[in-house]
Design a protein around this ligand. Structure first.
Ligand SMILES: [Mg+2]
Length: 310
């Protein structure tokens, strides 16, 4: 096998990850390539220097722990977040993978837990919702909510701001407030100014910049801390974590899994800490389907071999 990975420097964003292995060699999904139809995500971290290469997705094995973002990773981004289409067969694939990985599969999303359950019904998976502020640590467990600041003033002022600026949408979650401007991208600067001021007026919160969305959430809670906490549980402990995500809000998760010897998979364009990349959610769906259909989920050592190869 001739797969080559550049070491990831977790202190800064990586810029390239050339991979020379074929998908057949690593038992992975075909490496997608960035073409003219790049994801139209208007990512806030896009830049002229962003990497354009794709890399083979890692083979899952019996000792993997799988973490998956939802929007832009399992489903395509759409203008109205309530209008996402869950691909046919996704819930069945996730259910089978969850079982075959011994329960070590969790969805890690900025969505509310209720939203995720609604889109994935009748499936109940371990979840880290609202960037980890709401959690269901096992499929059969009750949801728990971490303590969060009072955001009612932020919701009120954001609602007034959105009413005065057509195209904006406020999403009030249990422990976060999101301001969506996908339908009014020309208002990005005004939205950033408004949300920055709201953060400065509220204790113990921080601002997340996502794809056409700004979100105020409790400080110190992130997808990375959620994944780290999952990895301490018996169902996940000792496994090799793999996390797929598409947005800047997923970078904390990439940092954690790469530091644990696992693999981050960036979906779409943009600088990232993830060591692997694909272009579209459809690439992730093919990769998951292939893993689910693989009778042994790849060989037990395949992922470590890929990471160790020069
Ligand atoms: Mg996403």
């Amino acid at each position: 096998m001739t797969l080559t990975l550049h070491a990831t420097d977790l202190g800064r964003l990586s810029v390239s990850h050339p991979v020379s292995a074929t998908s057949a060699e690593v038992g992975a999904a075909p490496a997608a390539t960035f073409a003219a139809n790049q994801p139209a995500d208007a990512s806030s971290d896009s830049s002229a220097a962003e990497p354009r290469s794709s890399s083979a997705l890692p083979a899952l094995h019996a000792h993997s722990a799988l973490f998956l973002d939802f929007d832009g990773t399992l489903v395509d981004l759409v203008e109205d977040p309530d209008a996402v289409v869950v691909p046919s067969g996704l819930t069945t694939t996730l259910q089978k993978l969850h079982t075959r990985l011994g329960g070590a599969l969790a969805v890690v999303s900025g969505r509310s837990l209720q939203d995720l359950d609604r889109f994935l019904e009748p499936l109940r998976l371990p979840l880290a919702a609202e960037h980890g502020a709401q959690r269901r640590m096992a499929a059969a467990a009750d949801a728990i909510a971490l303590a969060c600041p009072d955001l009612r003033d932020v919701v009120r002022s954001a609602t007034v701001f959105a009413a005065a600026n057509p195209g904006l949408r406020v999403e009030s979650k249990r422990s976060a407030v999101a301001l969506h401007y996908r339908q009014a991208p020309h208002l990005q600067a005004e939205c950033i100014r408004f949300m920055t001021a709201a953060v400065e007026a509220t204790a113990n919160v921080e601002l997340l910049h996502g794809k056409c969305v700004l979100e105020i959430k409790p400080s110190g809670i992130s997808k990375g801390t959620a994944i780290s906490d999952f990895m301490k549980l018996p169902a996940f402990k000792g496994r090799v974590p793999v996390f797929a995500g598409d947005d800047t809000t997923d970078e904390s998760g990439f940092s954690v899994v790469e530091a644990l010897g696992g693999v981050g998979i960036k979906v779409g364009a943009g600088a990232t800490l993830a060591s692997r990349r694909c272009a579209f959610p459809s690439d992730i769906l093919r990769w998951l389907a292939q893993a689910e259909s693989d009778s042994v989920l790849g060989s037990a050592d395949s992922l470590q071999q890929q990471l160790a190869s020069p």
